[in-house]
Design a protein around this ligand. Structure first.
Ligand code: NAP
Length: 286
């Protein structure tokens, strides 16, 4: 099966590499061509436009920054959307459910089968093929994509029809953003009360009140290592999409919206391209 992969950033480059290593023929495109070099060296086939990727692939995977990036790549002059009739498109980008529904409509108009399949898990799980796919779509389409998701991930959560995968991702990241904030505030308070910071972090790493994902972050924060696994600017973007989804469904998200603004503040303080755990720095006295 020939696979097209568009979006070779932190996540996409690693997901594509796992497909390539498994022996799939891979047609690739990225807005910034230089990021494709390592994959080309391993045998991936570079295409000059998203349209060229679509023409030469049976399945297309997109892993792009946000709705605007998906829209540009699909509908711009050399976009893929008009060159993929009767084929299968899996969008793994984190976008909002309303946007996904719009893509479903556009796909249906062109007889493109569509599955929304954003992921939970960051750089390391992407590299090691341990992502969790949060999937919305027709059962047959999901089944057809399962062998590919099994290469890139360790778990496939089929939430329901189209857009439920994206909806699940909104829920997950709402919690992720706030768990990081809660941890940061708590550590700063404890430190200011005189508890040794290293001791406190080690205690919290395995405490029942701490979100499990933080056990992988605590030691990095303790070492002031904010190497970018999940860019803070994308966490703020996700909270913006969460807020939009809450508005559309008349859901009150008082603490989620405070979190959104705190991540915005971090962005304007120059932390946009650091890991989202750098929110820790924003809340500290320093
Ligand atoms: P990234 O490294 O910043 O990659 C973003 C990708 O989108 C790049 O290929 C980038 O192209 C492309 N892009 C951005 N704006 C574009 C535009 N206007 N037109 C065309 N292409 C555009 O981000 P990432 O961490 O891989 O994240 C990708 C997606 O996965 C995002 O939706 C993110 O929220 C989600 N996600 C990330 C993580 C994580 O831990 N990193 C985890 C789960 C989900 P260039 O290379 O040219 O900039």
């Amino acid at each position: 099966m020939k696979i097209g992969f568009i979006g070779l950033g932190i996540m996409g480059s690693r997901m594509a590499e796992n497909l390539l290593k498994s022996g799939y023929e891979l047609n690739i495109y990225n807005r910034t061509e230089s990021k494709a070099k390592a994959l080309i060296d391993q045998g991936a086939i570079w295409k000059d436009t998203p349209a060229e990727v679509a023409k030469s692939s049976e399945v297309l995977i997109t892993m792009l920054a946000n709705p605007e990036a998906v829209e540009n790549t699909a509908f711009s002059e050399n976009g893929f959307i008009n060159h993929f009739e009767n084929k299968l498109w899996m969008d793994s980008s984190t976008v909002n459910p309303t946007f996904t529904k719009k893509m479903v409509k556009e796909a249906n108009l062109r007889n493109i089968r569509f599955v929304d399949a954003p992921v939970a898990g960051s750089l390391k799980p992407a590299q090691e093929g341990n992502l969790i796919f949060l999937v919305g779509g027709d059962k047959q389409d999901v089944n057809d994509l399962t062998p590919l998701m099994e290469i890139m991930g360790k778990k496939i959560v089929h939430a329901g029809q189209n857009s439920t995968g994206t909806s699940l991702k909104m829920v997950v990241n709402l919690m992720l953003a706030q768990s990081m904030l809660a941890f940061s505030e708590a550590v700063h308070l404890g430190t200011n009360l005189g508890i040794d910071r290293k001791f406190l972090m080690e205690f919290l790493a395995n405490a029942a009140v701490t979100a499990p994902f933080l056990s992988g972050k605590v030691h990095k924060i303790a070492d002031e290592d904010y190497f970018t696994e999940f860019p803070l600017k994308w966490m703020q973007k996700d909270l913006q999409l969460v807020a939009q989804s809450a508005y559309e469904t008349e859901t009150a998200l008082p603490s989620g919206n405070v979190a959104k603004e705190l991540y915005q503040l971090a962005k304007s303080k120059g932390l946009a391209d650091e890991d989202f755990s750098a929110i820790f720095k924003l809340l500290g006295k320093e």
